[in-house]
Design a protein around this ligand. Structure first.
Ligand code: NAD
Length: 249
C-alpha cells in the first residue's frame, strides 16, 4: 500500500497548537502534502500553502466539514489540562471525548484512510513506576487527573474504530513533549527558576522520564521563528546558580 499517496490530503486538528505547528510545518515544508488545519484559534504565523479552517471540535457540523475529502486526519487538538472546576471538566469532556468521537464518526463517514490520534503516556500511569510497558499495558484503573481520563476515553473511541470500513486508526502516547512553541514545560521551568524554585528533587533523583522532541528529530523547518530552547534552559540555570545568588542580600 502506498502511504505517500494516502497521506497526500491531510487534516491536522489542533494544528495551531504546540505540537500541531511542528507537524504542519513538516508536512507543508515537504511540499508533498495538501495540508488543512482545523483549530478553534487562528495561526500565529500561517504557513504558506496551508489551508486554515477555524472550527470547534464540539460542533459536529464543523468536524464533519473539515474531515470531508481528506485521506489522513492527525487529531492533535485537545482541551488543556486545567484546574478541575465544573466548567473545565465539562470542556475537557466536550472536546477530548465527544470531540474525538465526532472526529472518528466523520472519518468513517467520509472514507478517511488513516486517523492518527495524539494520546498520552499518562493513560497507563497510576502513580507507580512504569517499567518495560508496551501497548498491552492496561489503562490505569484510576487516572491521575480528569484530563488523562478524557484522553483515555478519546483513545478508546479511536482504537475501537480501527478496521471500520477502510479506516485504520492508531494512537501515539508521548509522555512529555518539548521543543519550539512550548507554552507549558520550559516557560514554567524558567519562571520557577527565576523565582529560585528549582532546588527540589522528586523521589530519589534517579527517576527516569520519557521526553519526546516535538520536531521528531527533524528539527523545526523555519529558522526565522526558531526559539532558542537550549538557551532558555541555560538562562534558567544561570538565573538559579549565578544571578540570583549574586543578587541575594
Ligand atoms: P496545545 O494546547 O498546544 O494545542 C492544542 C490545540 O487544540 C490548540 O491549538 C487549541 O486551540 C486547539 N483546540 C482546543 N480546543 C479546540 C476545539 N474545541 N476545537 C478545535 N481546536 C481546539 O497542546 P499540545 O501540547 O500541542 O498537545 C497536542 C496533543 O499532544 C494533545 O492531544 C495532547 O493531549 C498530546 N500530548 C501533549 C503533551 C505535551 O507535553 N504537550 C504530552 C502528551 C500528549
Amino acid at each position: 500500500e502506498n502511504l505517500e499517496a494516502i497521506i497526500r490530503n491531510c487534516l491536522v486538528t489542533g494544528g495551531n497548537g504546540f505540537l500541531g505547528q511542528h507537524l504542519v510545518a513538516q508536512l507543508a515544508d515537504s511540499g508533498e502534502y495538501e495540508v488543512t488545519v482545523f483549530d478553534i484559534r487562528p495561526p500565529v504565523i500561517p504557513f504558506p500553502g496551508v489551508k486554515y479552517i477555524t472550527g470547534d471540535l464540539t460542533k459536529e457540523v464543523d468536524v464533519d466539514a473539515a474531515c470531508k475529502g481528506k485521506n489522513v486526519v492527525f487529531h492533535c487538538a485537545t482541551a488543556a489540562p486545567t484546574a478541575a472546576n465544573a466548567a473545565n471538566l465539562k470542556l475537557m469532556d466536550a472536546v477530548n471525548v465527544q470531540g474525538t468521537r465526532s472526529v472518528v464518526e466523520a472519518c468513517a463517514r467520509h472514507g478517511v484512510s488513516r486517523l492518527v490520534y495524539t494520546s498520552s503516556a499518562s493513560v497507563v500511569f497510576d502513580g507507580s513506576p512504569l517499567v518495560k510497558v508496551d501497548e498491552s499495558t492496561p489503562y490505569a484503573a484510576r487516572h491521575m487527573d480528569y484530563y488523562t481520563g478524557t484522553k483515555a476515553q478519546g483513545e478508546v473511541a479511536v482504537l475501537a474504530a480501527n478496521g471500520r470500513g477502510g479506516l485504520r486508526t492508531l494512537a501515539l502516547r508521548p509522555s512529555g513533549i518539548f521543543g519550539e512553541h512550548d507554552t507549558l514545560l520550559v516557560p514554567s521551568v524558567a519562571s520557577n527558576a527565576a523565582r529560585g524554585k528549582l532546588k527540589y528533587i522528586i523521589g530519589s533523583g534517579r527517576n527516569c522520564m520519557d521526553w519526546t522532541y516535538a520536531g521528531n528529530g527533524l528539527g523545526y523547518p523555519r529558522p526565522s521563528v526558531r526559539l532558542p530552547f537550549h538557551l532558555v534552559f541555560f538562562i534558567a540555570l544561570l538565573m538559579q546558580y549565578v544571578i540570583l545568588p549574586l543578587l541575594a542580600p
